[in-house]
Design a protein around this ligand. Sequence first.
Ligand SMILES: O=C(O)CCC(=O)C(=O)O
Ligand SMILES: [Fe+2]
Length: 298
Amino acid sequence: METEKGESSSTFKMGNSAQERSLPYVPNCYAVPPSYEPRDALDSNSETIPTIDISRLKGSNDERRVIVNHGINQNILDDALTVAHGFFELPAKEKKKFMSNDVYAPIRYTTSLKDGLDKIQFWRIFLKHYAHPLHRWIHLWPQNPPEYREKMGKFCEEVRSLSLEIMRAITESLGLGRDYLSSRMDKNGMQVMAVNCYPPCPDPKTALGLPPHSDYSCITILLQNLIGLEIFDLSAHGSSGRWVLVPEVKGALKVHIGDHVEVLSNGLYKSVVHKVTLNEEKTRISSRACIVWVWTTR
Ligand SMILES: O=C(O)CCC(=O)C(=O)O
Ligand SMILES: [Fe+2]
């Protein structure tokens, strides 16, 4: 039976969401009310996101920085986006093999954060999987597209070593020494990959791909094929802040400070509030790695 615009969110179970079905309208349960985010602060300006040349953190003999300055070969980035896109192009039956609402599942395909519980739905489909240590998880990843494991695995490894490099610089800047976090990341570290797909949305002003949030990670590294990510610049306009659109720069990776580092640094580093806006014509793909250090009591 075809749907009515006002159908309730409980009818949008995963596998059956408006974005997976390419509905030609935005159902009410996707409409983000103005109170949900500081829309008054909407004043996107892609000029003000700083670009950091990460090669200055690396040894100057590092040949890889010639290719792109963060040291990750452009082919690895392109391949990661290609296999991610390939996965979302698969028939529903194939993707549903990974469908789960269990947030602790080592791999899961789903739509909203918690189907049936979230009051507002978001125009995102995602595959989330653990990625460190790679050999422990990779056998659970999709075998379709056939190159998914190899290409996404390579991306995860490269992004992980880049994250450790950045983390060394952060803890050094805090006076904690270069290895304070990075040395703990092998045993107690986690890497969670979210491969996100935001299909075209018939009314991008009404819905969001993801609501404003910060990541729970130490740091997050993100690769996108299209603009859509916006970050909240707290310091702008007095205390009212503003949303800033992150520009698409070929080969550039986005780095967010996550909640763990905000806590670790007593607020010297702030975790970044961000959200995802939508596009009427194109599918947006992003792959993001959350690098987390899991505190243990021992
Ligand atoms: O798709 C994006 O650009 C952001 C994704 C994101 O914020 C997340 O997965 O936590
Ligand atoms: Fe995020």
